[in-house]
Design a protein around this ligand. Structure first.
Ligand code: NAD
Length: 436
């Protein structure tokens, strides 16, 4: 059963790369490029709060298994911290720290009044029964209750966590507090205060940024092809909206393998197949393909929508796409990034590309606090405004500073946070000039 060994800060993740180090290097490089003082980097490089919790669960076989969970809050100067909860065997301290920093940057880029947070539990949920998963979800929320709440830190779904689990989590929190507090978590089922459009939001946002990138590159999307790694919430919704724009999706993969069809996959059928509880890689109406081979396909758009470090020194040299849309968080290693840059591939960086999720989570939280709910049309319109604003700000920074999209995204995010640091008196005018 999952969780054989707890991971520590010194553990390295997939491909031996540490996402906390990666995000820190990029932060420092971007602070320098913005000609800001190193003091800014000094503030941003560490999350403000990190909680580790032990989660004893009585398993179905009668044994108690003690899982480890984390909740990390990066910086709350723009508003309460916000970010998902991941249930995965590779969750580590450094992963939640990195993910919380990315959340701060995402909210800053999209002009949301939020800071960055992230949580996780070291577990393979596929190994748990539904009862065990529910107890683990409820126990996790009980343990992090002292540091979360609608004005403090608002969790949401991430890898391997679902609206149903958000329902268990809010129920646990409400039971503890003794009344309904719908704004304590987002990504909930609509019936208990979830937002229309939240389930689709990340994928919808990914496709909006692809549409903007295609315009820059003068690509006709209705004549384009794509491949997607990961067919969970984000991958499947991205596929749905690309399909609606006429993009042919030749391949999708998941943790167990992948499928390929040169005429294009039937996406509505594949989504129904997965909804029935099957894996996308088991879909019989297509050939099999490995995750590695999928990266090297002749497609116009490549979308990593699974986990970190998938575009790396091994996979990047084979990539032929014109656009890489980073739907996942941290899918590209620094070595992979350098190769994409050399190949002049247009990268839509994760902190922009997948920010549709936090944007509609923010709308959910706003609706919860008003106790008044918007139509899906209104939500989608507002989402589009934020995504296009974020894309245009980054493109402008890229052109002005003659840098790559990823660096421009960090610079836009940092600039926004710096304004709040200034307004709160955390920094002096001298911090706004470089050390040189
Ligand atoms: P999910 O659990 O719904 O789906 C994850 C998918 O990735 C599954 O299809 C799984 O089989 C696949 N996968 C896992 N390990 C893999 C591997 N080694 N190789 C290939 N495929 C693998 O998760 P999700 O919510 O779709 O999240 C996917 C990514 O998007 C994550 O990086 C997450 O942080 C990011 N993200 C999610 C949201 C959201 O709203 N859910 C928002 C922003 C960013």
């Amino acid at each position: 059963m999952g969780n054989k060994r707890d991971k520590t800060e010194s553990d390295l993740t997939t491909h031996g790369l540490n996402p906390y180090k990666i995000v820190n290097d990029l932060l420092q490089e971007s602070v320098e490029k913005l000609k800001l003082n190193n003091n800014i980097y000094e503030i941003l490089r560490k999350p403000m709060r990190l909680l580790e919790v032990s989660l004893p669960v009585r398993m179905d076989n009668g044994e108690i298994q003690n899982f480890t969970g984390y909740r990390c809050q990066h910086i709350d100067i723009l508003g309460p911290t916000k970010g998902g909860i991941r249930f995965h065997p590779d969750v580590s301290v450094d992963e939640v720290k990195a993910l919380s920093i990315w959340m701060s940057l995402k909210s800053a880029i999209l002009d949301l009044p939020l800071g960055g947070g992230k949580g996780g539990v070291i577990v393979d949920p596929a190994q748990l029964s539904e009862r065990e998963l529910e107890i683990l979800s409820r126990t996790y929320i009980r343990k992090i209750t002292p540091i979360i709440g609608p004005q403090k830190d608002i969790p949401a779904p991430d890898v391997n966590t679902t609206p149903e689990m958000m329902g268990w989590m809010i129920d646990e929190f409400d039971q503890l507090r003794g009344y309904n507090i719908p704004g304590m978590i987002t990504g909930k089922p609509v019936i208990i205060g979830g937002s229309l459009g939240r389930l689709e939001a990340t994928g919808r946002g990914v496709v909006l940024t692809i549409r903007e990138a295609a315009e820059v590159l003068k690509m006709d999307l209705s004549k384009s092809t794509a491949a997607i790694q990961g067919f969970g919430n984000v991958g499947s919704m991205t596929a749905k909206f690309l399909d609606e724009l006429g993009v042919k999706i030749l391949s999708v993969t998941d943790a167990k393998g992948g499928i390929y069809k040169k005429e294009g996959l039937n996406i509505p059928e594949l989504i129904d197949f997965v909804k029935e509880g099957n894996l996308a890689s088991e879909f019989s109406e297509a050939e099999s393909i490995s995750n590695e081979d999928m990266f090297g396909l002749e497609v116009d758009i490549l979308i990593p929508a699974a986990i970190e470090n998938q575009i790396n020194k091994d996979t990047a040299p084979n990539i032929k796409a014109k656009i890489v849309a980073e739907a996942a968080n941290g899918p590209t290693t620094p070595e992979g990034d350098a190769i994409l840059e050399e190949k002049e591939i247009f990268v839509i960086p994760d902190i922009l590309c997948n920010a549709g999720g936090v944007t509609v989570s923010y709308f959910e939280w706003v609706q919860n606090s008003m106790n008044y709910y918007w139509s899906e049309k209104e939500i989608n319109q507002k989402l589009e405004e934020h995504m296009v604003f974020g894309f245009e700000s980054i493109l402008k920074m890229r052109d002005e500073e003659n840098c790559r999209m990823r660096q421009a995204a960090y610079m836009v995010g940092i600039n926004h946070i710096v304004k709040a640091l200034s307004a709160r008196g955390w920094i002096k005018d001298s911090d706004l000039t470089s050390n040189e």
